[in-house]
Write a protein that binds this ligand. Sequence first.
Ligand code: FAD
Ligand code: SF4
Length: 497
Amino acid sequence: MSHLSPTELKTHASEIWKSLDGRELRMKERLGIPLQEMPSQDPLVRCTNMNEVALGYSEEQVRVESARCLQCKNPTCIDGCPVRIDIPGFIQAAFDGDYAKSLGIIKESSLLPAICGRVCPQESQCQATCTVGRSLKDVGKAVSIGRIERYVADWGRENGKSRPPAVKPETGKRVAVIGSGPASITAAADIRKEGHTVTVFEAFHKPGGVMIYGIPEFRLPKKIVQEEIDALTTMGVELRTNFLIGRTRTLHELFEKDGYDAVFIGSGAGLPKFMNVPGENFVGVFSANEYLTRANLMKAYDSEHAATPIYPSRRVVVVGGGNVAMDSARMAKRLGADEVTIVYRRTEVEMPARVEEVAHAKEEGINFFLLANPVEILGNDKGRVRAVRVLRYSLGEPDDSGRRRPVPIEGSEMEMEVDTVIVAIGNESNPLIHRTTPELATDSHGHIVADEEGKTSMDRVYAGGDIVLGSATVILAMGEGRKAAAAINRLLDITQA
Ligand code: FAD
Ligand code: SF4
């Protein structure tokens, strides 16, 4: 991570840009251009505020970073992108300074570029397959596709060029969309574009799914998500919040009482998993979901105006090694904890969290206690957490996921004194819709079973995103929403003819 200030990074890029002098660049020259680091808030300052950590490229930086792209004849980066954005196309337009064109190219495939440019795991997707990274034998030196995407998307937002898509004349057909995360937002927009009436039903009081209640403000400003939601309402999509499908209405009632012609289910994977160890009921044990929802959605960090209190923690253990664990640890630090430790049963190599998030967490002073896992949570006489007992592990042979299996070391138990334990070991799908609609087929994990087009076992019912894939990513959820929307549009076209 860079320790140069944003101004220094900008000046440095400006000098490089001048030296390129607008001439045709050979491959060797392009490979010699240094990777442009992302300017970020100083770690000591940012752990005391909720503002975005990464500050975004300057124009000088985006032009220089775009010059690193080789414009490959066989652009392998596109194969790494779940929605197959024309990456060399939008990078060339950014290099030329034609940001409107660049944004247009991205928007052909992705509806939420300002969000994806911030939270997509590019290092394991498009950037993992980039020729520059391979030529330099360092995937970390691949073209920073996500950062360029973010710049272009922000340019569009700031210059009023990010208008909602046009809507065709009304068809009279009606579609219900359950949930309002990235899968549902994409599906709702794509269906509405064809002129169908769309209603989004969201259980929470605010739409946006995990992008609003899970991913913290300091990684994804809520203003950006809200703008995408506003775009939906501008297109004429109706949003109904505090509306729980399976309680307020069943799936059947959406057809039989309300007369919808098709339904898309994008209800996500919001049910937290616990460790099932003794002591998980003590006061001071939270699921990451609850902790982050209180902090993000209910703004617990804003103590004067907060809708909910936050637990006053001093010493926190976060269990898990994914993005959710990093977000919880960094949030706990910002909420005033003195010491925050991530406890993970494998090593850093096996951690599913994004490399950048791990690096940011370390910079912010989060401790990492690896090859360890809690076996018991201990409480005091008031029923509050006072310690966790952890067992140490070594790494054995790879398991089904390809990652080396953690093997417990007998007799290695030790106690860590803490007052808060945040469990971030994954989520499952909420069973409510399935329970109230038993003919909706689910697999052994409770995920809704859907075919290539997102079609479920029920007539006119489609599904996509985490409810089908299990906990996945924003871009994969969007891809699923888009696929299902195309199938719903085809279905409604046929029934209209
Ligand atoms: P969700 O975003 O989960 O939205 C589902 C919505 O449906 C919710 O708003 C829920 O309230 C609503 N709902 C559920 N049941 C009902 C019902 N019965 N009736 C009405 N509404 C209902 N991905 C990345 O790509 N990059 C990251 O950096 C990243 N970080 C993450 C950090 C955290 C803390 C978490 C939890 C996840 C993160 N993810 C990240 C994963 C990503 O956010 C999800 O894969 C994605 O949001 C899934 O989208 P979705 O549309 O399927 O569902
Ligand atoms: Fe550019 Fe890398 Fe894609 Fe080639 S693979 S077009 S260098 S981003």
